[in-house]
Write a protein that binds this ligand. Structure first.
Ligand SMILES: Nc1ncnc2c1ncn2[C@@H]1O[C@H](COP(=O)(O)OP(=O)(O)OP(=O)(O)O)[C@@H](O)[C@H]1O
Length: 568
């Protein structure tokens, strides 16, 4: 069994005592109130609005009727950017429902539905991964701190943060008639005896045990996503709402997580409702699908659902895939020999040998935590250890002789970290979509004025890729404050930011992760047909169907070891 730190046990015990008292009170109240099986979610012929809107024409959804019963497994698929996530916002009490459901939004909780009381008690938990529209203060957050010389014992670990969230947030919703008998008994007696033990158990199911005692900041993107699900599960919600749970997960983790969620839902502990992207494969265990098209909400049995897009390779659907030019004689843009990155004794990358030349099209692959982001931070010069590599040349010079500002102009980057960190200020000093795109010339994060040529390059890109059917629509879109755009359109703007300066190297890490099908198609077409033959592209994705080129060189990071093999 996993080693448990002594302070952790002490903290666990006090947390447990508090939870036990809370659960006894809440549990008895809910069990007495429960009758026959009641729906989990129930809305009937309701219109859904943002708070403050009154006109029926302003409704987000009209005539919404939806019932989720125990024994069913629901997925929501939203085909429109404007309404993505809105169903969950409604379920979280952040939208006005008219008329208010007479038996509450969650009849199974036996507590008045739309009041935030049951939500506060942790009965319904929501895990979303798309960036919030705006963040506190709206400024840029430095995502490079994790590349610093952090040792395993430094900083707040994942385990610390889980224990803190248990201590600070109310957990353990009241048991209901669907709560399994053993769980109900546990609620009534003295549960949970050892929160630390439970953290270990749930972490094992999510394949996160090795990460529990790592600094939180060190977790990779896919590890962080699973850690957020872990954080929710240990709080014992009765209903778990998950938005895009499979985005950013590698090919091994996706089915493992899907199986776990299917099992939890079938055990009704908790019930699970997911919102999936149209391009996501539908898990086997889903029995019902709700498709959101604009204001309409179409309900269907799983067998009647036909995916909006086929998950065939985008590359093979192209009539004329662009071939990489024969470029072996060209001077390398980047040349890495025996690159090694380590944190104390923890070796994240070793023996990395990679040559990137003009015109290359690379697909960088590897499991969650295999070191892709770390390797990219070496290529962008952001990783402090990029200076100390003995054999790392960029643009014909040793890395230590190339100023970071000059690298920023030559390497254009989109990563989930940049997407999350990009400033989302509103009001005075807010950037519009076109301002955000323009920051790509200097690869900065604040507004810069552009020269005439730069403005022309930006306009061309906006007319080609912005949403909208007319040039006027596209122009108007570009004037929208960046922070006001739905997350998929923010991703599109940051994709354009990467393209605008026609940098010699483009790094596109999970760039299509938050986009809708139409955007993916037009961005993919652009990458195939419109980027320069001399530009090199490094494309990172866990989804083969996202790769734009039929003819792509593959660079594989082997899981766990950081050793590298090259496949062509
Ligand atoms: N400062 C640090 N200290 C210790 N370990 C670290 C640190 N930063 C990263 N790591 C570890 O390095 C490994 C590689 O992380 P990285 O983010 O590069 O993975 P990745 O391949 O990009 O994963 P994902 O597909 O999930 O994005 C992870 O196991 C991570 O926990």
């Amino acid at each position: 069994m996993k080693r448990v730190k002594a302070p952790c046990i002490a903290r666990c015990t006090s947390i447990s005592r508090r939870i036990v008292t809370q659960n006894l009170v809440l549990g008895l109240r809910a069990i007495h109130g429960s009758h026959a099986a009641k729906p989990i979610i129930h809305v009937e012929r309701a219109d859904v609005y943002h708070f403050g809107s009154v006109q029926r024409s302003e409704a987000i959804f009209k005539d919404l009727t939806w019932t989720v019963n125990a024994g069913e497994a629901w997925a929501i698929v939203c085909n429109s950017n404007a309404t993505r996530g809105e169903i969950f916002q409604m379920l979280l009490g952040r939208r006005r429902i008219s008329p208010v459901p007479s038996k509450g939004l969650y009849p199974f909780l036996s507590i008045s539905g739309q009041s935030s009381k049951d939500l506060e008690q942790g009965a319904v938990l929501h895990v979303a991964f798309a960036s919030k529209k705006r963040i506190a203060g709206g400024g840029f957050t430095d995502y490079t701190a994790r590349y610093g010389a952090m040792r395993d014992q430094d900083g707040r670990t994942l385990r610390d943060s889980l224990l803190e969230s248990l201590a600070n947030e109310p957990l353990a919703a009241p048991p209901t008639e669907f709560t399994p008998l053993e769980t109900r008994a546990a609620h009534e007696n003295a549960i949970p005896k050892d929160q630390c033990q439970e953290i270990d158990q749930v972490a094992e199911k999510l394949h996160l045990v090795p990460q529990l005692d790592l600094p939180l900041i060190a977790l990779s993107n896919g590890q962080q996503r699973r850690a957020r699900i872990l954080r929710s599960l240990i709080r014992h919600p009765r209903l778990l709402l998950l938005e895009d749970p499979f985005a950013g997960l590698d090919v091994v983790q996706r089915p493992l997580l899907s199986n776990l969620l299917g099992q939890l839902n079938s055990e009704q502990d908790p019930f699970v409702v997911m919102e999936l992207r149209p391009q996501d494969p539908m898990p086997e265990w889903i029995t019902h699908v709700a498709v959101v098209d604009g204001q309409n909400f179409r309900l269907m049995a799983r067998q009647d659902y036909s995916p909006f897009v086929q998950t065939d390779s985008l590359a093979t659907s192209s009539a004329s895939p662009v071939q990489s030019p024969t470029n072996a004689s060209q001077e390398p843009l980047m040349d890495l020999n025996d690159v090694r990155i380590h944190y104390g004794k923890r070796e994240v990358l070793r023996d990395v040998n990679w040559t990137i030349r003009p015109g290359d099209r690379w697909w960088l692959r590897g499991a969650n935590g295999s070191g892709k982001t770390t390797l990219l931070s070496v290529l962008t010069g952001e990783h402090p250890q990029s200076y100390t590599q003995r054999h790392f040349r960029m643009f014909g010079k040793p890395r230590s002789q190339v100023p970071t500002v000059s690298i920023q102009r030559k390497v254009a980057v989109f990563t989930p970290e940049i997407f999350a960190a990009f400033p989302r200020k509103l009001g005075q000093g807010a950037m519009t979509a076109r301002d955000a795109i323009g920051t790509g010339f200097e690869n900065t994060y604040s507004y810069r004025s552009l020269n005439v040529e730069q403005m022309a390059a930006r306009e061309e890109l906006i007319l080609r890729l912005a949403p909208g059917s007319t040039n006027e629509d596209k122009w108007q879109w570009s004037l929208t404050p960046f922070a006001e755009l739905p997350p998929p359109e923010q991703a599109l703007a940051l994709f354009m930011r990467t393209l605008v300066a026609k940098a010699p190297i483009l790094i596109l890490d999970e760039v299509f992760g938050g986009m809708d099908d139409q955007m993916i198609k037009s961005c993919s077409d652009y990458l195939r047909d419109s980027i320069g033959q001399d530009q090199a592209v490094i494309f990172v994705s866990h989804w083969e169907h996202e790769i734009p080129w039929a003819d792509v060189q593959k660079y594989q990071l082997a899981e766990g070891t950081g050793s590298v093999s090259v496949q062509k």
